[in-house]
Design a protein around this ligand. Structure first.
Ligand code: MG
Length: 254
């Protein structure tokens, strides 16, 4: 079921979203060769908790019931698309680093992600990162009351198609509210069905995942990290947004 959030509920999601944006800002500022992904995660968790929020990813159940997600942010490097686990490995120059963060304020969620390059990217990698962000923004622009979910999907897909980028199909955007993942799903490709009509109060996480290769994925032995099957580089951007009578509002910003 798709629920419509009240103005005050959206305000609490905006608080959670602001904390997510601050976490991503801080990680971007600290991202340099030699820093460990565990250190970035510790900084993120401290920021979320000191802001009076809860890190939504920590303890989140995955495909293995004995292995809930152990960290507060996902850090996915190079051919890792999403759900990379922070640990002892250190950031290196020339890496594509995707960071996904989630926070809960008074049981209301914010969810956001950005991809960074460590150093100066080759043109095609720059294009991958820039166009994944552009596709997210195009999807957000289509999140207008009266449109349907498939209008968002079409807007995202068009950006990838124009540039010959791969679109991950196995993982999609989603409704969000008192749970991180709610109905409806928001695919990053057209499905041929209009999907839910958008109305004020519908809150969505719009999150294209594009690659420099194909769309096939596999999950590593840690039961979490999703990589491209062809080892191609991947990028991921995500904002939590609210559909309002005045147009789409981005909730995950400072
Ligand atoms: Mg998400």
């Amino acid at each position: 079921m798709v629920t419509r959030k009240s103005r005050s509920e959206i305000e609490r999601m905006r608080q959670a979203g602001r904390i997510v944006a601050e976490v991503l800002d801080r990680i971007e500022a600290e991202l340099r060769p030699g820093v460990s992904t565990a250190d970035l995660d510790a900084m993120a968790e401290a920021h979320i908790r000191s802001s009076g929020a809860i890190p939504s990813f920590k303890g989140y159940p995955g495909i293995n019931p004995n292995r809930p997600f152990p960290a507060s942010v996902c850090i996915s490097i190079d051919d890792e698309i999403v759900h990379g686990i922070p640990g002892s490995r250190t950031i290196q120059a020339g890496q594509v680093v995707s960071v996904d963060a989630g926070a809960i304020v008074d049981s209301w969620h914010g969810d956001g992600a950005r991809t960074f390059y460590v150093g100066d990217p080759p043109p095609r990698v720059r294009e991958l990162i820039d166009l994944t962000r552009d596709a997210m923004l195009a999807g957000i622009a289509a999140a207008v009351s009266g449109n349907h979910i498939d209008d968002i999907s079409a807007a995202v897909e068009a950006v990838a198609r124009r540039a010959g980028l791969g679109i991950i199909r196995q993982f999609v955007g989603h409704g969000i509210g008192t749970a991180m993942h709610e109905e409806p799903q928001v695919p990053n490709y057209r499905t041929g069905r209009p999907g839910r009509k958008l109305e004020p109060g519908i809150c969505l996480a719009i999150e294209p995942m594009f690659t420099l290769g194909g769309h096939d994925t596999r999950i590593l032995a840690d039961d979490w990290t999703v990589v491209t099957k062809d080892s191609s580089l991947a990028a991921h951007f995500e904002h939590t947004i609210a559909v309002t009578a005045d147009g789409p509002q981005i909730l995950t910003q400072a």
